[in-house]
Design a protein around this ligand. Structure first.
Ligand code: ATR
Length: 271
């Protein structure tokens, strides 16, 4: 019987993970089966237990269960601990290993796929929710010249800065007005504003001509954030499709020890 994996979420119908992992297993010749599991909002732990009891090897976890997955993990990676969220589970005997591959996926997409080095760059991270928290440590590991966290609710940005100050005490936090007059090489939109078709209140002059504007959201055409970046003259624009595929590739690597090719799949999904 092939090893079984699944993505668990609510809703889960729109998840691209089954398609992505089916492509990866085909490409690498791995004998595995990957399904989508819709868990009731109060039924995450029971669904996990059921899957494990039936011999399931691992899972991807999506909205709204990433914090629940963090809580049920018996072993956590440094990145999952920092993110306080888990998107990849490995079941091994009584142990549940919790990983978070979102940040690594984002960094791989930016640095390798887009060829944009983060080291020594001025980085602006917009947002201070779960998505933003999950990418701070991998960003810091790239040793940017500066990391500024901006958020509408400024207290949340300050809280994130404090959480990560033991890794790097030069992080700056504030609201969007505070960055007036400052220019950034890399601007990441880790808010949920694009989900609602809303722009961010970024001041003019945030982007330079060589800036990369990266929106972790994807689908439904160019987001208002990317439109603004383009109007402001940013040369490089990217949605989050590459991050989606790369975080899946990281999960696949954790489970199977093989790193799948991602380029063609990213191109196919973008079409
Ligand atoms: P996620 O897990 O996707 O990060 P979240 O924890 O609810 O979701 O966080 C959503 C983030 O998007 C927050 O940083 C939120 O800003 P606030 O903390 O001020 O609420 C941000 N956000 C959502 N809609 C926004 C908008 N229209 N403009 C600016 N920021 C927005």
């Amino acid at each position: 019987m092939p090893d079984t994996y699944a993505v668990i979420g609510n809703p889960v119908t729109y998840s691209k993970s089954p398609l992505i992992h089916a492509e990866f297993s085909k490409q690498t010749g791995q004998d595995m089966y990957y399904e989508a599991i819709l868990a009731p909002l109060n039924g995450f732990a029971a669904a996990i237990e059921d899957f494990r009891q039936n011999g399931g090897k691992g899972m991807n976890v999506t909205i709204p269960f990433k914090v629940d997955a963090y809580k049920i993990s018996t072993q956590l990676t440094e990145q999952a601990t920092a993110a306080r969220a888990v998107n990849t589970l490995v079941f091994d005997g009584d142990e549940i290993y919790g990983h978070n591959t979102d940040g690594a996926g984002l960094i791989r997409d930016i640095v390798i796929n887009l060829g944009f080095a983060i080291t020594a760059k001025r980085v602006l991270l917009c947002g201070a929710g779960g998505a933003a928290r999950g990418i701070i440590l991998p960003l810091l590991n790239q040793e940017p010249r500066m990391l500024v966290i901006s958020n509408r609710t400024v207290q949340k940005a300050h809280k994130l800065r404090k959480q990560f100050s033991s890794y790097n005490n030069t992080i700056v936090s504030g609201n969007y007005e505070d960055i007036t007059g400052k220019e950034f090489d890399l601007v990441i939109n880790a808010t949920s504003a694009s989900l609602f078709g809303e722009p961010l209140p970024l001041p003019q002059g945030t982007f330079s001509a060589e800036s990369l504007a990266y929106d972790i959201m994807y689908g439904n055409g160019q987001t208002p954030f990317l439109q603004f970046a383009s109007q402001e003259g940013a040369e490089y624009l990217s949605d989050g499709i590459g991050m989606l595929v790369e975080q899946a590739a990281e999960s696949f690597f954790i489970w199977r020890g093989i790193r799948p090719e991602t380029k063609q799949l990213i191109e196919m999904l973008r079409k």
